[in-house]
Design a protein around this ligand. Sequence first.
Ligand code: HEC
Length: 143
Amino acid sequence: MLNLSAIIAIVLIAAPAPALAADMARGAQIFKECRVCHSVVDETGTPVVRGGRTGPNLYGVIGRHAGSVPGFHYSTSMVAAGRAGLRWNEEDFVVYVKDATAYLRDYLDDPDARGKMAFKLRDTAKARDVWAYLESITVPGTP
Ligand code: HEC
């Protein structure tokens, strides 16, 4: 008969090592939640990932100025952040998706700033996975 500590030791040994690198495949799974509002459509109009239109097209989002997809109705705060120099990178992205309004208030140093994205992805590791996935399916945006 195994005693409890032996069982715990076996479980600990058998547990997979925590992933250090972002997990693109997991990011693809998580992105299903983003697809409710976001599509990824390339410059020829071909969908890379089909999704909703409540949020802007995320094709080319890597390095793109925030709030800059032509024809999309952004919040005033998002446009202001882009004009102030915000270009999407991993570090800003993971904080933004945690809480869009809180991020914009901080970025713009304006307590009245307000973002239009209601969805919150609070888990930083998951956000990094989504970023890795986005990097894998899209091209760097034009500055
Ligand atoms: C309920 C709808 C909704 C969901 C779900 C959603 N978003 Fe958004 N997203 C928006 C809207 C609306 C905006 C525009 C925000 C603004 O103008 O303030 C936006 C903006 C963005 C931007 C900024 C894009 C730009 O052009 O500046 C990024 C990046 C983004 N979302 C990523 C994500 C990711 C990643 C997920 C999933 C983890 C996600 N969103 C889920 C609605 C959504």
